[in-house]
Design a protein around this ligand. Sequence first.
Ligand SMILES: Cc1cc2nc3c(=O)[nH]c(=O)nc-3n(C[C@H](O)[C@H](O)[C@H](O)COP(=O)(O)O)c2cc1C
Length: 261
Amino acid sequence: MHIGNVSLSGPVVLAPLAGVTDHSFRLLCREMGASLVYTEMVSADGLVRKNPGTGRLIHFGESERPIGVQLFGSDLAIMARGAEQLAERGFDLIDLNFGCPVKKVVKRNAGSALMRDPERLARITEAVVGAVDLPVTVKIRSGWSEEAINAVQVARLVQEAGAKAITVHARTRKMGFSGQADWEVIAEVKAAVSIPVIGNGDVRTPEDARRMFDDTGCDLVMIGRGALGNPWIFRRTVVFLRTGAHLPEPNLRERMEVRGT
Ligand SMILES: Cc1cc2nc3c(=O)[nH]c(=O)nc-3n(C[C@H](O)[C@H](O)[C@H](O)COP(=O)(O)O)c2cc1C
């Protein structure tokens, strides 16, 4: 599987998780079989203003590759400048956050707020694609609310704008992280675009991943909360998808060894 010129060694990727997916956690997940890892979301404003807190979020090591960095913001020019800075840092791809439900982010018309303004969302994507040579991907939700599910429309627009892959977290903004993800939306997006589609939402076991591939036809599966305290999920899922075999859960010694690194 390729995303632009980035080659991936397997079908399961680590989700961006603010406060969680730092350098050591990403490395651990790569070693356990995640074929792609992402930084947590990074503010374009923070980058452009050289905020030291933002600077710390974009530290990574060579052994994490391939690694994506996730950018959020709402101003086209600032997003493009932020993306240029990230490209200079040597990331393999840039992901745009159009899914964050947090009030502080939404109030500034960033994250999931952009699902309510697909034209602007597409123009931001286009601006970033035009600013860097790296593959640009986007991460969206199903829509703003149950009454406004527009993932298919947004997916078509970002594909046209030059995005090289799209992740669909199959919940609306209104759902936050509660309720059940509706994977049907992922299937609809997959049927509507030709770029790779990354399915996301409620994959907590190897069997869930198998079901998501079968039910939606998505190209890759992204795991977030299922990896919290459990990076082994990548190894277990990759082996299960390839062979149908269940690796045992890690025993205490294996858990202690990882804690010690
Ligand atoms: C603690 C936490 C932090 C998150 N941070 C981000 C983030 O920085 N960027 C992003 O796109 N999504 C973020 N998400 C959403 C996840 O990437 C993912 O879309 C969501 O948790 C659904 O997938 P899951 O059911 O596998 O957890 C976060 C979720 C959690 C629980």
